[in-house]
Design a protein. Structure first.
Length: 123
């Protein structure tokens, strides 16, 4: 089944997104860091230069994005330290698929929370 998500968002663009994700993953692996840390340590200008603003400039221009990211630099080292020490809370989406009966969703939710230890699920 082909998925249509909007203008310029067909199967081809989903495939390109997968390739881009793989390239970012390779870059992070070469740097010996998780991707979130690689991106988090980038300077605002460098991070913004990696983005395609083609459909965003009516709401956010690159220079505005840089300004927002510069403001977020305050306390960044402490936030990174916290994430390295504590981690980021996760959640499971396993119970939330369309077409499951209520009984199956309840059973999956119990498994994810009681057996696997997730504190949150997304339906």
């Amino acid at each position: 089944q082909l998925r249509w998500l909007g203008p310029e968002k067909g199967v081809e663009h989903m495939a390109i997104g997968a390739v881009l994700s793989a390239l970012w993953d390779i870059k992070a692996k070469r740097a010996g860091k998780p991707l979130w840390l690689l991106l988090g340590e980038m300077e605002p200008e460098e991070l913004v230069s990696t983005l395609d603003f083609r459909y965003m400039t009516d709401a956010l221009r690159p220079e505005e994005a840089v300004a927002i990211l510069k403001e977020g630099q305050k306390g960044k080292a402490e936030r990174i330290k916290h994430l390295l020490e504590v981690g980021y809370p996760g959640y499971s989406t396993a119970p939330g698929w369309l077409g499951y009966s209520d009984e199956k969703m309840v059973a999956l939710a119990k498994e994810e929370t009681q057996v696997k230890g997730f504190k949150q699920i997304k339906l």
